[in-house]
Design a protein around this ligand. Structure first.
Ligand code: FNR
Length: 341
């Protein structure tokens, strides 16, 4: 693994954002408009609890990067925007930083620039419990994201093809780490079965990170000598499908994957997510305009989300979860096939 790979990921993910719209499950979720239900925006609270910590905003900067000079600069800008707005933030996978002080600083900047913020470290599920402890220590992290990315590994030229050890490895990490562990996908979704297995392992928090946004099949395919995995593009379930299909005993749910606007944030929250992660759309903003542009974007989203809740008559996220939504399109077909009401 190298910093070049991290630079590739940022460049290729940003190119996907620039290429624009594709099928996105959030488009299948419509709020029913009730013309007399609105309330006053100054009554609306956006507070939520993510992994046991109360936070002022229910969306966050999700895992992306670190590991090279360029991605360290991106992390600095992301951290400043998080500090200035109070959103939670996750690092990219810190694997390449463990044991390399120069590389470590490109991640550590997330904490150095944001000493009082809610910072999540990120690591692959196949890493040891000891590495998980070091990842938390590196960022003085408030939580640890553990990513499960079998689809990405399959397409990644240098990726793993052995996945059978993952559940046991995850169990060891969960047992060792004393901050909350959030298991996340990287854009292919967590199925009902996976969510149940996570709960059985003792995982309390999961980010379903579904498809429709950054597609790591496309990212890794571009890095192959021949783009021979094109047929896997679009693999997986959307965040919306995952939220609807989640079993009653699932871990507490976060959602991400394809979140483009405050409306998508509201949709995910209405379907039960406690927090909503954003990677690709915020990455483009920070690459184009730096920390200040992202600070402004996040502040705008917070204002818009407040207005949307006022329009929907929801004074907080609990009330938003009881608003009327209609689910159509491919998501409705998925739900029917899965027997979801
Ligand atoms: C990611 N993502 C990611 N996830 C993770 O758990 N560890 C990681 O190191 C990375 N690296 C990474 C790099 C870049 C450049 C991007 C854009 C994304 C995946 C990310 O957290 C998220 O799950 C998906 O990108 C889907 O969300 P969006 O991008 O559609 O909002």
């Amino acid at each position: 693994m190298s910093g070049d790979r991290k630079d590739d990921h940022v460049r290729l993910a940003a190119a996907q954002q620039a290429a624009g719209a594709r099928v996105n499950g959030f488009d299948d979720v419509t709020f029913v408009h009730h013309a007399l239900d609105g309330i006053d925006a100054d009554r609306v609270s956006l507070h939520t609890e993510i992994a046991g910590t109360r936070l002022p905003l229910p969306f966050y900067i999700n895992a992306m990067t670190g590991g090279s000079e360029m991605t360290g600069a991106v992390n600095r800008d992301l951290a400043i925007a998080a500090r200035e707005t109070g959103v939670a933030i996750a690092s990219g996978s810190v694997s390449i930083a463990l044991g390399d002080p120069d590389v470590a600083s490109t991640f550590r900047v997330l904490r150095d620039e944001n000493p009082d913020g809610f910072v999540m470290a990120n690591l692959g599920v196949e890493r040891s419990a000891d590495d998980a402890l070091r990842a938390v220590e590196l960022l003085d992290a408030d939580a640890l994201q553990v990513h499960v990315n079998a689809v990405q590994e399959t397409v990644m030229p240098e990726g793993s093809r052995s996945f059978s050890t993952w559940p046991a490895s995850l169990e060891r990490i969960v047992a060792a780490v004393d901050v909350p562990v959030i298991v996340k996908e990287v854009g292919f979704g967590l199925s009902a079965r996976t969510l149940q297995r996570l709960a059985d392992i003792g995982v309390a928090y999961a980010d379903v990170s579904g498809n429709g946004g950054t597609d790591f099949v496309r990212v890794e395919n571009e890095r192959r000598p021949r783009r021979d995995y094109t047929y896997l593009e679009g693999w997986g379930q959307s965040a919306v499908a995952c939220l609807l299909d989640a079993p009653a005993g699932a871990p507490e749910l976060l959602a991400s994957g394809g979140v483009r606007s405050p409306l998508d944030v509201a949709r995910a929250l209405a379907l039960g997510a406690r927090g909503v992660g954003v990677s690709g759309s915020f990455l483009s903003v920070v690459l184009d305009g730096g920390a200040e542009a992202l600070r402004e974007r996040i502040s705008d989203w917070a204002m818009h989300l407040t207005s949307l809740l006022a329009l929907l008559g929801a004074e907080d996220l609990a009330a938003l979860r009881s608003t009327d939504v209609v689910v159509g399109g491919a998501t409705a077909e998925f739900c029917a096939a899965r027997g979801v009401d």
